[in-house]
Design a binder for this molecule. Structure first.
Ligand SMILES: [Ca+2]
Ligand SMILES: [Ca+2]
Ligand SMILES: [Ca+2]
Length: 569
């Protein structure tokens, strides 16, 4: 509240010193226009006073030029956040109630400024990692990964299990991401001495395709930049052959020990046992189970595992790889020809391999990115979004293409469109917290967080916070569903503005007395999200407004549900 009052004072000061506001301001209202995703207001502007030397060169007297420069400085100082001495530029805050265009018009009208322009928030259209072999990884642009990475790069909240021949544990592009694994051939965890080092090479390659350590200036990029990788070794044979029961046992151990994405690049997908384990992973462990379609160019149309994602391979032209199996059992395709990833002959080894074995961890990486993009997603929802975001290939309708080829960017966009970010904490900063908990407001179910005003302040203030994983905010919505039990109460919604470092009001209305969802969608959404962490904070305030004091404390606020929506550009 306090900074707001101070800023209001600055507005008055500026308007007073710059003369007429109204008509002139409206004339310049469209001086600057935002283009979502290209350039957006930050709430901050860059102002440069006319330079003394320039004014003198244009014929001004030195003392007049110096006085003009000093006047410019006096005008912007109350709003200044930073002065850049090298360029004599001032970073100034746009006062509450003003706008970029209005402030620029007013300052420029003084004749003392060379320019006043928005400190635009601008965006890269795609993100290129610095891994030297990234240029060989054709499959990443094919699945729109560089565009997706501008929205979200992945994080360590999701662990991908690679059920395979083990992983080279000291590999430079994998080692920092590894979590303890399991040897399912011996049924011994790595923590208890089970061997998970790679005895064939296949597993190390699959791990790197899904999740190689990315943007570390070494080797390759993964589909996600910093997932955790769980090595599950299902065989002790250097040839790599494994029994079906050891493969499914390893998958279940992974799901029981924190992996929510489980990738198996083996033949044998048609076995009923694969579906049974997929059902366990999806519904008992909230995960997703992916299995390769196989490299025998077979028509797999005699079965369909509803809880397993069966993955075929495509080439650079989005044609089916000649070896890839196909048919009604197929759910998705992913690039699987000439895939460059980590290999096992040394800690700096890389190789190019082809197979549905390579397509499967690629699809697993996409599933993990969707999962990590919103912590509230269930395994079943991740599966749905993975399928719905595919690029349709072949004839429309049921065909051997399943849903088509995976598309990471579309998957993330669909994820953000479908799922709100829920409060991660709350506080009652004015009034008495009289019922409900954090869990109460995470679900719209008619169970309420209640708070009651406390003498001498006839007001309730609720504070909520959450975190979005999105890196480019196109639209931000804050939603509050609830009501108050009495009349004469106002409701206001405040969002924390990280540029101004203060709560700013975005809505004021009479508080509803029956449950109502109030939605606010502020302009310049980026300022309400703290860049590095994605933090968001909101206050909902209820205040008794009538003069009849006897009722000032006889009501309470009832909040059923609070959520944020963040959508990409
Ligand atoms: Ca790398
Ligand atoms: Ca399936
Ligand atoms: Ca509720």
């Amino acid at each position: 509240m306090k900074p707001l009052h101070r800023r209001a004072f600055f507005v008055a000061l500026i308007f007073a010193s710059l003369g007429p506001g109204g008509a002139e301001a409206s004339q310049f209202r469209e001086l600057f226009r935002e283009q979502p995703g290209v350039q957006e207001f930050s709430g901050q502007m860059i102002a440069r006073p006319k330079q003394v030397g320039d004014m003198v060169a244009e014929g001004a007297r030195l003392d007049v030029a110096a006085a003009t420069h000093a006047a410019a400085r006096r005008q912007v100082l109350p709003l200044t956040r930073e002065h850049v001495p090298q360029t004599d530029e001032y970073l100034i805050a746009v006062p509450f109630g003003s706008s970029e265009s209005r402030l620029a018009a007013q300052l420029m009208a003084s004749g003392a400024f060379e320019y006043v322009e928005p400190d635009w928030i601008v965006y890269p259209t795609f993100t290129t990692p610095n891994d030297p072999r990234y240029s060989q990884q054709w499959h990443l642009p094919k699945i729109r990964a560089p565009w997706a990475w501008s929205l979200f790069k992945g994080n360590d909240t999701v662990t991908i299990a690679i059920v395979d021949t083990g992983v080279r544990l000291d590999h430079e592009d994998l080692q920092p991401l590894l979590v303890p694994g399991y040897n399912s051939a011996n049924r011994v965890s790595q923590a208890n001495g089970g061997l998970v080092n790679d005895i064939n090479g296949h597993g190390t390659h699959c791990a790197g395709t899904a999740a190689a350590y990315t943007n570390n200036a070494r080797g390759v990029a993964g589909v996600g930049w910093n997932f955790r990788i769980m090595p599950i070794r299902a065989t002790n044979s250097t040839g790599g052959s494994a029994s079906l029961s050891n493969l499914t046992n390893g998958a279940r151990w992974a799901a029981d020990n924190g992996a929510r994405v489980i990738s198996t690049s083996y033949s044998g997908v048609s076995s009923s046992s694969v579906q049974t384990t997929g059902n366990y992973i999806k519904y008992q462990r909230n995960g997703i189970y992916l299995w390769a379609a196989g490299n025998s160019n077979s028509n797999l149309s005699t079965f369909d595992h509803v809880d397993v994602t069966v993955v075929g391979a495509t080439d650079q032209n989005d044609a089916k790889a000649s070896f890839s199996s196909y048919g009604l059992a197929l759910d998705v395709f992913a690039p699987g020809v000439g895939i460059v990833a980590t290999y096992y002959r040394s800690s700096t080894d890389y190789a190019s391999l082809s197979g549905t074995s390579m397509a499967t961890p690629c699809a697993a990486g996409v599933a993990a990115m969707i999962m990590a993009s919103n912590p509230a997603l269930t395994g079943a929802q991740v599966e749905t979004l993975l399928y719905q975001s595919c690029v349709d290939l072949g004839a429309p309708g049921p065909s051997y293409w399943g849903w088509g080829r995976v598309n990471l960017e579309a998957g993330l966009r669909l994820s953000y469109q479908n799922h709100p970010f829920l409060p991660e904490g709350f506080g009652v900063t004015t009034g008495t917290h009289s019922g409900g908990s954090l869990n109460t407001v995470r679900v719209a179910n008619g169970q309420y967080l209640t708070a009651t005003p406390t003498i001498p302040n006839p007001k309730v203030t609720l504070e909520f916070n959450s975190t979005t994983t999105l890196q480019q905010i196109g639209t931000l919505r804050f939603k509050h569903r609830g009501r108050v039990t009495g009349t004469g109460v106002s409701m206001s919604v405040w969002l924390f503005d990280y540029v101004a470092n203060a709560y700013v009001p975005v809505l004021t209305q009479g508080a509803p007395t029956i449950d109502q969802e109030v939605v606010v969608q502020p302009a310049n959404p980026a300022r309400f999200v703290h860049g590095p962490t994605g933090s968001m904070k909101a206050q909902v305030m209820f205040e008794y407004t009538l003069r009849v004091r006897s009722h000032a404390y006889s009501w309470s606020s009832m909040t059923d549900h609070v959520a944020w929506e963040t959508l990409p550009q």
